[in-house]
Design a protein around this ligand. Structure first.
Ligand code: COA
Length: 340
């Protein structure tokens, strides 16, 4: 018999179930394969595939903005949820590649989709941002301040990639994913959420230039400062540690065990990281949803895009317990258990 989660594992303060009532995603048309990258830097399909599992990634057009991709994913999610844009109360856009430092990309999305009654803000939590958004949405909905929240993860990482650095340029891609969250009086929905950060590791995954600390000037423009800088091995190690503990935390808060989970949707950064987590959690790899071979690491968009694909393909079914877990620069991590 299916195990029942704790009735209100978050804090017991509200029995308002928050449900994901629609998902959507968008990926740009242009495909960049490992073979294409071999013509740009000294790399090989074999190296990229064995170290990461990535075969290809999508690259946005020059004039295609993060807010354009976010808006397309959002409209699909709203359509599936049967919610009109004017009924959205809050738009949260998780991104490390906003259209501009301000105003928030969420404001551009608001304009593009016609969600004129929404409040809008961006979330800066790198790759973990979408699940930070789910946590924030859940808090706003359970506290009765907002009823319909649109959470979007969207990235144009190609705009901050150093295309001459083989250590990083093979890893990333562009795209967007979205979810509509509401209290609809359904029994199923978000069961537990957990977010965390460790500012001691701000120097292992970061973009040094383009902010107030180091504006891009004529003098430093050639130094690739407004691109992703990463210490790969340390990031790998911390990713495994934090995603493992975040997974356990969300399960504990939900009162569930790994055996109860029908599908794990992890951050889509690297297949070896996913394999290491599967091994340590003792969950068979075939219960993990993986699409990073097609899209690479799309940061805040990754889990949102994977959730939409798992939903629309029927990989997750009504009543399934789904664990989502992410990790990103900051460091940041987050996990969520949802009864689908
Ligand atoms: C990036 C990553 C795949 C590199 O794998 P690794 O096994 O740690 O590889 P190393 O960095 O030790 O590099 C090994 C060698 O491969 C080389 N190399 C790096 N990138 C390469 C590429 N694209 N093609 C070919 N060789 C490459 C290195 O220069 C190094 O060569 P050297 O030994 O001659 O110096 C791995 O560290 C990783 O996945 N880290 C986490 C990244 C991540 O998930 N970031 C986003 C988090 S949200």
């Amino acid at each position: 018999m299916k195990k029942q989660p704790r009735s209100s594992p978050r804090s017991g303060k509200s029995n308002r179930t928050v449900s994901i009532v629609g998902t959507g995603s968008y990926t740009p048309e242009k495909v960049l394969t490992n073979a294409d990258l071999m013509r740009m830097v000294d790399t090989s399909d074999e190296w990229i595939t064995t170290r990461t599992g990535i075969k290809e990634r999508r690259i946005a057009a020059k004039d295609e903005l993060t807010s354009d991709m976010a808006s397309k994913a959002a409209l699909k999610a709203l359509e599936q949820a049967e919610v009109a844009p004017k009924d959205v109360d809050l738009i949260l856009v998780a991104t490390a590649t906003p259209d501009m430092l301000f105003p928030a990309t969420a404001c551009f999305v608001q304009k593009k989709i016609g969600a004129k009654n929404a409040a809008c803000l961006d979330i800066s939590a790198a790759c973990a941002g979408f699940l930070f958004g789910i946590e924030i949405a859940q808090q706003f909905i359970t506290s009765h301040t907002h009823n319909t929240v649109l959470v979007i993860g969207a990235e144009k990482l190609s705009s901050i990639t150093n295309w001459t650095d083989r250590n990083t340029c093979v890893l990333f891609g562009d795209g967007a994913g979205a979810a509509v969250l509401q209290h609809r009086g359904r029994a199923h929905g978000v069961i537990s959420t957990h977010i965390g950060s460790d500012g001691q590791f701000t120097d292992i995954l970061f973009m040094p230039g383009g902010g107030s600390r180091c504006p891009i000037t004529q003098e430093n423009a050639h130094q690739n400062l407004a691109t992703i800088h990463m210490t790969g091995k340390e990031v790998y190690k911390q990713a495994v540690i934090s995603m493992l503990s975040a997974s356990k935390k969300a399960l504990e808060l939900a009162g569930l065990t790994t055996d109860d989970i029908a599908c794990v949707i992890p951050h889509q950064a690297n297949l070896r990281i996913i394999e290491a987590i599967a091994d340590r959690l003792k969950i068979p790899l075939d219960r993990f949803f993986v699409n990073l071979d097609k899209y690479g690491n799309t940061s805040a968009a990754a889990v949102a895009m994977a959730l939409d694909e798992a939903n629309r393909s029927g990989r997750i079914q009504r009543g399934d317990y789904v664990l989502m877990v992410v990790f990103g620069g900051g460091l940041t991590w987050a996990s969520t258990v949802v009864e689908w």
